[in-house]
Design a binder for this molecule. Structure first.
Ligand SMILES: NC(=O)N[C@@H](CC(=O)O)C(=O)O
Ligand SMILES: [Zn+2]
Ligand SMILES: [Zn+2]
Length: 442
């Protein structure tokens, strides 16, 4: 790790509120606010007009290393993360080989540290090879150097209820969380798009909302039954928000375990903005799992996020090669880029609509995800003595998305050519500037 410099951030508004302050960052922590003198400062950042938030934490990123380094690597994904304002990301296990053992998770962890732009935490697979049949060695991954605490078969649902129950029990014993990709596979055989009017018109096989909602209901009940923590990945329907609202209010069980303490959920930026009306173009850049839903789902997801029924935003950043996207709809892989556009989409859908203020953005993009993952040095208050993981945002900026300008190797952004509000200006990771004005600082 490089030694962090001493940096003075001048005139920044913390959480976008109150008077501007100066922050002195030294030794990787916020050393002083409004220091009277500033000897030995290596770097001064003029933050006039900018706001400071704690560095973002992404619970759901696909980095494609090992196996598909032609689409993203830990280095390029870390760069995209830093440019997007992130200081920690969780790399999903659906790599090749699958991260279902200590060797692979330690590789990802070490490579992330070598790159050194963000903390890269590997997610461990729940079942061997994501096959859904045999539990992976959760304990070995938890005890490895990577210290895995989040387990997920993301890309696939842990559909067998008995395997899910056992996974929850093991993970509880390890102080972990099972992150579920909720998709009842029997209800989504051959599915290509949200089961609704748009798919019917285009003749695409439907992915019904109930395939997600039925698994979420089942797993909320299972998690409370065994007293284990469950996290729901990429919530996409109004019905799932209703199920979560209901589950969170369930009374404590005999052991005093409240559902509220055991459950958490994320929504992606794309499910907060885009709808299945986009399908009319037949452009597979809009193909994603779970699929883009309807306008009323989008509204319900925004409300649920504002209320805390959905805890946080996670990108589900899913790079894919051109040959896997620029093809016929049915053959295209699902997934879209997300790391460098997340803040702007949250600003457009949640801040500009008045549903969240910047304090709320800090909660859903940094504080809650850090708590869910149990990260002690992320999502912390912007206060003296705290780790200097922060992002400086220009709330008044507007910018136009160009895939070729993004740090990812893959180019599958659904926002190409769109003008978006709010821009990440600077990302600071343990006191060191990792991204500034659109450039990675390495
Ligand atoms: N979201 C996607 O459409 N794709 C993800 C897998 C997943 O998140 O389920 C991927 O790995 O490409
Ligand atoms: Zn998934
Ligand atoms: Zn995913």
């Amino acid at each position: 790790m490089r030694t962090p410099a001493t940096t003075l951030v001048k005139g920044v508004r913390l959480y976008g509120a109150g008077d501007p302050v100066d922050l002195l960052l030294r030794g990787g922590v916020i050393a002083e606010t409004n220091p009277a003198t500033t000897p030995g400062v290596d770097e001064v950042i003029d933050a006039d007009g900018l706001i400071a938030l704690p560095g973002f934490v992404d619970l759901h990123t696909h980095l494609r290393e090992p196996g598909r380094e032609d689409t993203e690597t830990i280095a390029t994904g870390s760069a995209a993360a830093a440019l997007g304002g992130y200081t920690a990301v969780f790399a999903m296990a659906n790599t090749d080989p699958v991260a279902d053992n200590a060797v692979v998770v330690e590789h990802v962890w070490r490579r992330g540290r070598e790159v050194g732009l963000v903390d890269v935490h590997p997610v461990g697979a729940v079942t061997v090879g994501l096959g859904g049949e045999r539990l992976a060695e959760l304990g070995t991954m938890a005890r490895s150097a990577a210290g895995v605490r989040i387990f997920s078969d993301d890309g696939h649902c842990v559909f067998d209820p008995l395997i899910m129950r056992r996974a929850l029990e093991y993970s509880r014993a390890l102080g972990g969380v099972i992150a579920q990709h909720a998709e009842e596979p029997r209800l989504t055989v051959g599915a290509q798009a949200h089961e609704g009017e748009a798919a019917a018109r285009l003749g695409l096989a439907g992915w019904p909302a109930v395939a997600e909602e039925s698994i979420v209901a089942r797993d909320c009940l299972l998690a409370q039954h065994v007293g284990a923590r469950l996290h729901i990945c990429h919530v996409s329907t109004a019905g799932t928000a209703d199920v979560l609202r209901w589950a969170r209010r369930r009374p404590a069980d005999v052991a005093g375990r409240t559902a509220e303490a055991l459950l958490s959920a994320e929504v992606t930026p794309h499910h907060l903005l885009l709808t299945d009306e986009r399908l009319a173009s037949y452009d597979p850049v809009n193909k994603v799992n779970p699929p883009l839903r309807t306008g009323s789902d989008v509204d319900a997801l925004r409300t649920a996020l504002a209320e805390g029924v959905i805890d946080c935003v996670a990108t589900d950043h899913a790079p894919h090669a051109a040959q896997d996207k620029d093809c016929e709809w049915a053959a295209a892989r699902p997934g879209m880029l997300g790391l460098q556009t997340a803040l702007s989409i949250v600003a457009a859908t949640m801040v500009e609509t008045g549903l969240l203020d910047w304090r709320g953005v800090a909660r859903v993009m940094s504080e809650r995800p850090a708590e869910i993952a149990g990260l002690p040095d992320q999502g912390r208050p912007l206060a003296v003595g705290e780790p200097a993981n922060l992002v400086l945002v220009d709330p008044a900026a507007r910018w136009t998305v160009r895939a070729e300008e993004l740090a990812s190797i893959a180019a599958n952004t659904p926002y190409e050519g769109m003008e978006l509000p709010a821009r990440v200006v600077t990302t600071i990771f343990r006191g060191r500037v990792t991204a500034h004005e659109g450039k990675v600082q390495d």
